[in-house]
Design a protein around this ligand. Structure first.
Ligand SMILES: [Zn+2]
Length: 395
């Protein structure tokens, strides 16, 4: 079968030396850590595992971070090289999988927790917190926090992969493949909304209006009693979409503090060096970008005792505001079995705004991976929210 394979990790230092900090070159140039190969389809001969044929597999910000060397080396211990990326997957079963017959169309919860690994549940898994599993390096398959980072399972950027029954959610009839493809990112957004622990009327700032920010906004609006939701959007098409997803107000990156100050009656301070910050501000801020600038905005625009939720890729930041203003900085990762996030997500992808978004997904055959990654990297600027591979396509 054809597959795209990640062959080595790319340390940050190599990025700056090789490409002068320009990401697209390393993503797709001669030094790219990805290559197209012909592989034997993966197999895991253990109970509950089955082979799947990929219909669509998305390109996520975390994939781009990994391919461009932006990802922290922290992750290098929880992947197994070489691996086939792709953790946003719509596929069909090539064989029966427990109660699911061959041919069933499914989406994959990528987390490879105790159930999939065939080991006794760790404390987190016993509580249904599969995304907090502490056994992600042991058991029936090689280390890998998720499908798409694990050598043995394969990933979505190929014609086939294997998955465990505990990872599979049948797609209801009536949903398109494109809508189903958004179930994984929506499940993450559902988890983010839960981690935000919104109280009725809370004022929320969402920094970033790519897929992560828009879907987090939708989940906040649909699943919580949030009051005003201000979203930071850089590009024109994001500004148009944001209101459909439930944002009350859309602000540009340069006007966030001023708009939050006005909305909340906060005071703005200007330190001797560095960025201004507020005394007062929103109750909860969600960083849906994961850049140092976005995280700083969240830390600086949140009231004392408020919460900052990390929903993008991890970024470095000056944590003075978190200390001085007693902020609760909360991580989010994937979604938990306990919360039925995929069931909720498969319902939310029927929402008008998500259905419309699904119709704008740009798809590529595997062999045009360089174009696909360049497109995904420039998606915000080009007016695209999601780029995906369709391994069934030949051209
Ligand atoms: Zn576990």
């Amino acid at each position: 079968m054809l597959a795209l394979e990640m062959v080595r990790s790319v340390p940050k230092t190599m990025l700056s030396k090789a490409a002068g900090g320009r990401i697209p070159m390393l993503l797709t140039g001669l030094a790219a850590p990805l290559r197209m190969v012909t592989l034997d389809p993966p197999r895991v001969e253990r109970p509950g595992w089955a082979r799947l044929r990929v219909r669509l597999s998305g390109i996520c910000g975390s994939d781009l971070g990994m391919l461009s060397g932006k990802t922290s080396l922290y992750f290098s211990a929880v992947v197994s090289l070489p691996f086939v990326p792709g953790h946003e997957v719509v596929a069909e079963l090539l064989e029966d999988c427990d109660d699911l017959p061959a041919g069933t169309r499914v989406v994959v919860d990528p987390v490879l927790a105790c159930a999939a690994r065939g080991v006794e549940p760790c404390q987190a898994c016993a509580r249904g917190e599969s995304n907090r599993c502490s056994r992600i390096t042991v058991g029936d398959v090689s280390p890998g926090l998720q499908t798409g980072f694990c050598h043995d399972t394969g990933g979505g950027w190929s014609e086939q992969l294997v998955a465990h029954r505990s990872q599979l959610h049948p797609v209801p009839e009536g949903l398109s493949d494109e809508q189903a493809l958004l179930a994984e990112p929506v499940a993450c957004a559902v988890h983010t909304a839960l981690r935000a622990a919104i109280r009725p009327g809370d004022r929320v700032l969402v920094s970033g209006a790519g897929a992560v920010g828009l879907l987090a906004t939708l989940a906040l609006r649909e699943l919580t009693d949030a009051g005003e939701i201000l979203i930071v959007a850089k590009h024109a098409h994001q500004r148009e979409l944001a209101r459909d997803f439930g944002a009350t107000e859309v602000v540009g990156p340069d006007e966030v503090l001023r708009r939050v100050r006005r909305a909340t009656g906060a005071f703005q301070l200007q330190p001797e060096y560095g960025a201004p910050y507020l005394l007062g501000g929103v109750d909860v801020a969600i960083d849906a970008v994961g850049s140092p600038g976005s995280l700083e905005t969240c830390l600086h625009a949140t009231r004392a005792g408020g919460r900052v939720v990390l929903s993008g890729m991890p970024a470095k930041a000056d944590l003075s505001a978190a200390s001085l203003r007693e902020l609760e900085v909360v991580g989010t990762y994937a979604s938990a079995h306990r919360d039925d996030a995929f069931e909720t997500a498969l319902r939310l992808v029927g929402h008008d705004a998500v259905a419309r978004m699904s119709k704008t997904i740009a798809t590529y055959p595997l062999h045009r991976w360089r174009e696909a990654l360049d497109h995904a990297h420039s998606a915000g600027r080009l007016g695209t929210v999601k780029v995906a591979f369709d391994p069934r396509r030949q051209s």
